[in-house]
Write a protein that binds this ligand. Sequence first.
Ligand code: 6PG
Length: 233
Amino acid sequence: MIQVFPNSEDLARAAAALFVEQRPRTVALSGGSTPKRLFELLADPNEPFRDQISWSSIQFFWSDERHVPPDHPDSNYRMAKEAMLAHVPVTESNVHRVPSENPSAAETASDYERTLIEATQQSLPKLDLILLGLGTDGHTASIFPGSEVLHETKRLVAAPWVEKLQTYRITMTLPLLNNAASVVFLVSGSDKSKIVKEVLEGPEKYPAQIVKPTDGTLLWMLDEAAWPGRRSV
Ligand code: 6PG
């Protein structure tokens, strides 16, 4: 399923409405910059979304995280906290950030996998909603083209070295992503138009194209800048 909105604000609003409608109890937040406006809208007391959400009953996870401390400017957790979590009545113990301050990325990944299993009481968690973004190289979460993590079949969380970024990342793997009840890609901006065309119209060659929930829904939500001429909403 693909929905193309006139602009990034309409995209964020539609994603916020979907969040309210789906009433997820377990959510993996995506990183990067795209979801920030969604997070702000969900938390804004002057918007219709916040009061319709049962914040204290939601368990929050991250689909990926940079290998930096939680207060680092690049931290996906920090962005979500500043844009949303610090402003809404979440239950602190339900906010499961990646312990990315650990100098060992591998340990961070295995610790986070344990957190996911314990918090969901499932050996292969079926998260209600996983939000994902799309990189201009076709990566999603922190699964980059050519990464060994593309072939992971057992681990739920891994810590791949990302050559192009010269850093480790911590990421949910495809077995976990594809076990979700609902996966929603949020893609915005003209800088993504080339990769969007390849990913949504071309042959399967990018990590983002391998995200296909085995027993769940897959929704691509884009703005028209990201997929020109394809406005559908
Ligand atoms: C990250 C993300 C990554 C992101 C895409 C899109 O940690 O950066 O998880 O997969 O979703 O790179 O990023 P933008 O939203 O900033 O374009």
